[in-house]
Design a protein around this ligand. Structure first.
Ligand SMILES: Nc1ncnc2c1ncn2[C@@H]1O[C@H](COP(=O)(O)OP(=O)(O)OP(=O)(O)O)[C@@H](O)[C@H]1O
Length: 271
């Protein structure tokens, strides 16, 4: 049974090369996890006493200011970071999609990169062979797919990466917001694929600042603040508290159309 459980987990980063002057400046800021200064080595407490339990069908948006701990939490949920204190248990095949470019090799062709990236995200070679034509068509990269990746523009790389990411079948899908920062027209095209991907996934955790994406893909949300869970509840309640306004009142026409009016009028942040 797919599931993620985190019990009283904290994640610390000891900083061995901190400069004391810049450290004072940091301590005055409001952004980021708490910096402890008791020992000789400063420690950034990126996550503090986190308790989360997720099961199949959960669609969770992650919100919070810069440095609040969203990316660190995603890495903890992916099993990339072990808790410094507390414990965690992750059951299921995890697809961590934090940086679209990770796992891409500039020296090999687009086709080869599709394969490598798919394997990196937990697919088998056979599964990727079945999907490669569909991915190629989606990217609209044509003959470029036979050229080395280093000849691609940034946008072309994103097309390739999005094509692969949206073709996988993850049990646990962890998405960082970078995926929302691509060319608007192409993203519009990718939205259906992204929706299908989420529908196929067992669990979704999605860190994003975009109301439109959160409303479309998530039903609940976690608000991270200074490394702690400040609020965990329905998407609408959490985003309204975090942003001070109802996300459903600021959706684009396209999103309203996609989710359908009834969902907006029902006042239900869930289904
Ligand atoms: N590898 C690391 N080494 C040291 N400190 C780190 C490391 N990764 C994160 N941190 C610290 O942990 C805290 C949380 O960072 P994190 O990247 O999780 O925040 P975030 O909510 O994802 O921020 P953003 O919205 O800006 O991406 C910050 O104070 C950051 O400085």
């Amino acid at each position: 049974m797919v599931g993620i459980d985190v019990w009283n987990a904290s994640v610390d980063f000891p900083i061995f090369d901190a400069k004391s002057r810049s450290l004072k400046k940091l301590a005055l800021g409001k952004v980021g996890g708490k910096i402890g200064s008791e020992g000789r080595v400063p420690i950034i407490e990126a996550l503090h006493d986190i308790n989360i339990s997720l099961r199949h069908g959960d669609r969770v948006g992650l919100v919070g200011h810069n440095g609040a701990g969203k990316s660190t939490l995603l890495r903890l949920l992916a099993g990339i970071y072990e808790p410094t204190r507390g414990s965690s248990r992750i059951v299921g095949k995890v697809a961590p999609v934090f940086d679209l470019g990770v796992g891409m090799d500039p020296e090999i062709s687009g086709f080869e990169n599709i394969m490598i990236r798919g394997l990196f995200l937990g697919m088998s070679r056979k599964e990727m062979e079945k999907r490669v034509d569909d991915i190629a068509e989606f990217t609209e990269l044509g003959d470029y797919l036979s050229m080395p990746l280093r000849t691609y523009s940034t946008g072309m790389r994103v097309r390739l990466a999005l094509g692969v990411v949206t073709s996988i079948d993850p049990e646990i899908l962890l998405l960082d917001e970078g995926i929302g920062a691509v060319d608007a027209a192409f993203l519009e095209k990718a939205r259906d694929r992204l929706n299908d991907l989420v529908r196929r996934s067992g669990i979704l955790v999605f860190a994003s600042h975009s109301d439109d994406f959160l409303v479309e893909l998530c039903s609940t949300a976690i608000w991270m603040d200074e490394g702690q869970v400040k609020m965990h509840g329905s998407l609408r309640d959490v985003v309204t508290s975090y942003k001070g306004r109802d996300p459903y009142e600021h959706l684009s026409e396209a999103t309203l159309e996609r989710i359908g009016q009834p969902r907006v009028l029902s006042g239900n942040g869930g289904e």
